[in-house]
Design a protein around this ligand. Sequence first.
Ligand code: RP5
Length: 174
Amino acid sequence: MKENVDVAIIMGSDSDLSIMKDAAKFLEDMGISYEMTILSVHRCPDAAFDYAKSLKDRKVKVIIAGAGGAAHLPGVFAAQVPCPVIGVPIMSKTLNGVDSLYSIVQMPSGIPVATVAINGAKNAGILAATIISTANEEVYKKICDYKASMNTAVLDKNEKLQKIGYEAYLNDMK
Ligand code: RP5
């Protein structure tokens, strides 16, 4: 556990890591400090509750929590901290992540969890960075640059499509 970080990324199992790494990667690109933790509120509840307390004590600014199945992890953390919590529903084997999505997005009134798409860890990283950017000019500029580069990329693609036509475009994509 680090002394001071802006964002905490939590996941219920190491089987979530290959998805949740996308959130970490985006935060790294934006130069935002974070820590990553595997903790389960049903398999190791005491450790999970202690960790939630430490997040509050350390005034961590945003939490990204990924979980699959009956995915209560983001909601249980949101209940214990004052900062925003972003939930990432992980694609599950039996119900393709719809169970995870509903568990996270359908929080009862009072304890919100900002929910991204199934396996949408990159968007969770972007959303966390956007929240941080409201009080951090350097991150704000990086988010503006990121959006500007996406804008240019799409316009460039359209220009190419108009120029060479769809068949040549598809050929280039192979
Ligand atoms: C949840 O159960 C985890 O978030 C994970 O997505 C799911 C399955 O966990 P494993 O059985 O792969 O450890 O708590």
